[in-house]
Design a binder for this molecule. Structure first.
Ligand code: TMP
Ligand code: ASP
Length: 241
């Protein structure tokens, strides 16, 4: 990582540096946070594992027709990406009920939904990323009206593609969060990351968790689980190193 790059933004799991006028360098950190940064942790090599998982998934999604901000992978734990203005929404897709929505309606985790559910949360740690309705998001000018169906379309396309891939890796894609940003021409691109930090992944056979719930719920073997996700995805995609 060159010391010359200007730091634009530091988030919980990544640092964003200026690369060129329309490109950024995204560095994946080893830190691990949950519950809007109330719980803090880390493990050595996490940035690299998450960077590798994201790169593999972005390349796969590009092949499936999803436009992403990814340009190139940079050693050891970075990527170069198109600079985008992130829409401050955490776009969540659920295939199986778990986490906050299961809790909110007092439903046991594991209920399979007939159709994928798309939900928006307002990206603001101080407010605890509250649920935001489509109408609220438009009224509060978080997004424009026409962007709402576009965001849902991107989210559902990512979901269909990822479900197939994770199934090949013997993992159920329970739910996940994506972020979308607009490039300088206003084109919407998938941005941020797709990693076990922002997905729930359960083993198809045993239902064992392979995601950040291991950290949130103190289940142990966090590093091993993230590494296993990468290994299974590499096998599923036939990636040779
Ligand atoms: P939730 O059950 O806590 O609402 O989260 C659903 C999924 O989305 C889960 O895989 C975690 C992910 N997520 C994030 O990574 N960051 C967020 O801010 C939110 C709201 C969800
Ligand atoms: N992504 C959110 C955070 O980092 C929610 C969570 O993972 O628990 O706090």
């Amino acid at each position: 990582m060159s010391l010359k790059r200007e730091l634009l933004y530091e988030g919980k799991a990544k640092k964003i540096y200026r690369e060129t006028s329309e490109k950024v360098f995204v560095e994946y950190k080893d830190s691990l946070t949950a519950f809007n940064a109330q719980k803090l942790g880390s493990f050595e090599g996490k940035g690299i594992v998450n960077r590798n998982i994201t790169v593999l998934l972005y390349k796969y999604l590009e092949g499936q027709g999803v436009k992403t901000h990814f340009i190139s992978a940079e050693e050891p734990n970075g990527i170069v990406a198109t600079e985008v203005k992130i829409i401050p929404l955490e776009i969540v897709v659920r295939n199986i009920l778990a986490g906050s929505t299961a809790k909110k309606f007092n439903i046991e985790e594991g209920r399979i939904l007939e159709r994928p559910l798309v939900e928006f949360y307002f990206k603001n740690d101080e407010l605890g990323d509250p649920f935001i309705s489509d109408d609220q998001a438009v009224a509060l000018k978080v997004v424009s009206g026409p962007e709402i169906p576009q965001l849902k379309e991107i989210a559902l396309k990512v979901n269909s593609a990822l479900r197939v891939l994770f199934a090949k890796a013997n993992l159920q894609l329970v739910d996940f969060k994506i972020e979308v940003g607009a490039d300088s021409k206003g084109q919407l691109l998938l941005a941020d990351e797709i990693t076990p930090d922002c997905c729930r992944l359960w083993d198809v056979r045993t239902q064992e968790k392979f995601d950040k719930d291991r950290f949130r719920r103190d289940l142990g073997r966090v590093k091993e689980s993230y590494e296993e996700v990468l290994k299974r995805l590499e096998n599923a995609l036939g990636v040779t190193k």
